[in-house]
Design a protein around this ligand. Structure first.
Ligand code: NAI
Ligand code: MG
Length: 350
């Protein structure tokens, strides 16, 4: 893992965003403060971005804001999205924009079934794996075009772009992570090499090349469709999964579901060279159906904040947050509590 060890002051760009984003981000900030004590100070800059801003003045993000954010150590994001804004505008104009502008090539999404949290699976077993999703290439690269729209001869193309460089940084990250986790030490590559023949060959080739450098880590390959089966029939078989942008998007939603849902699923969008800031965010969206009610579960955002600490080498404080959330979930996840109450209960355990 790339870590800028022991930075004493962290400049954090905060995008609370929309809906419950604004309710859960302050809880994560309070937990961060409690977890690190005096060892780190956080210098927060809030950015007014998201649906409200877009509806007010048409701004998604300005070049000046991007430049300004680029100077920060990391970004903490709540969620964006609003039923009043057409789907895709904020996702592409803000989220994908940040991921691409800051070359956040690694989308890291852990899935862990906490004791006390109910999985929809009858016999879930011991689920604890991480998906490493390549974040800047594949079908999400934006290469393609739309011609003759509105006529019978309309054509749409969407090109899957895969580079050895891009694949290798994801695969290498996965092997490093499997080694660092020290569990099964196993990497599973997920793709569709039987039909996505050219991209698939390149992914497999890079896997074998990098795999040779990690004799202590085993690896294998699964087709994406088979992976969706094993995620519900035998999820405990997985340790680290590495995959491309599209498959990663899909299987991490499924993974979030099998570990009891969205309230506990955290993620990091990592710039592996630390040239630009990495971004930490819960997997869920802005939950307009419960926004403003003060009942959103802040745990996923709190766990994302723990990933932020880990990124900067504060493994011990990050692990403490993880344990506090785990213990809180074990005791309380079936009770109805307010967002603030959950935050206080987590803090009380630190
Ligand atoms: P969602 O994740 O916002 O909500 C799905 C369901 O889960 C809802 O019933 C919601 O109440 C519940 N939920 C989500 N987070 C929760 C939490 N922390 N505590 C308790 N319940 C929670 O997904 P949905 O409804 O599809 O999307 C809503 C908006 O969010 C859309 O505009 C979408 O584009 C956006 N979105 C944004 C993301 C981001 O900012 N990274 C990711 C996913 C969706
Ligand atoms: Mg998704």
């Amino acid at each position: 893992m790339n870590t800028q060890t022991s930075k004493k002051t962290l400049d954090i760009a905060v995008i609370p965003g929309d809906g419950i984003g604004r309710e859960i981000v302050p809880v994560a900030q309070a937990v961060l403060k409690e977890a690190v004590g005096d060892s780190v100070s956080f210098n927060y800059t809030n950015y007014d971005l998201g649906a409200d801003r877009y509806l007010r003045d048409g701004t998604l993000i300005t070049d000046d804001q991007l430049k300004d954010m680029d100077q920060k150590d990391a970004i903490l994001l709540g969620a964006v999205g609003d039923p009043r804004v057409k789907s895709g505008i904020l996702e592409r104009g803000l989220l994908l924009k940040l991921r691409f502008a800051f070359d956040q090539a690694i989308n890291m999404r852990p899935s862990k079934l906490y004791p006390g949290v109910k999985s929809p699976l009858a016999d879930p077993g011991d689920i604890d794996f991480v998906v490493i999703r390549e974040g800047t290439e594949g079908l999400y690269s934006g290469m393609g075009g739309l011609l003759r729209m509105g006529t019978e001869h309309a054509i749409a193309t969407e090109t899957s772009m895969n580079t050895e460089f891009g694949i290798e940084r994801a695969v290498r990250f996965a092997f490093e992570l499997a080694r660092k986790r020290g569990g099964k030490k196993h990497v599973t590559m997920v793709n569709k090499t039987n039909v996505l023949y050219y991209a698939g060959q390149l992914w497999l080739w890079v896997m074998d090349k990098v795999g040779k450098e990690y004799p202590d880590v085993t690896y294998d390959y699964l087709h994406a469709d088979a992976c969706t089966i094993f995620l519900v029939t035998d999820p405990s078989r997985f340790d680290v999964i590495v995959t491309d942008n599209l498959f990663g998007d899909i299987i991490t939603d499924e993974a979030g579901a099998v570990v009891g849902g969205i309230g506990y699923s955290a993620s990091a969008n990592i710039n592996v060279t630390d040239e630009h800031p990495s971004m930490f965010e819960p997997i869920h969206g802005s939950a307009p159906d419960i926004a403003g009610k003060g009942i959103a579960n802040p745990s996923a955002t709190v766990l994302s904040a723990a990933m932020l600490l880990q990124h900067f080498g504060y493994d011990e404080a990050a692990a403490r947050i993880d344990r506090a959330v785990e213990a809180d979930a074990e005791e309380n996840s079936s009770r109805k509590r307010s967002t603030d109450q959950i935050g206080q209960d987590i803090i009380a355990r630190l």
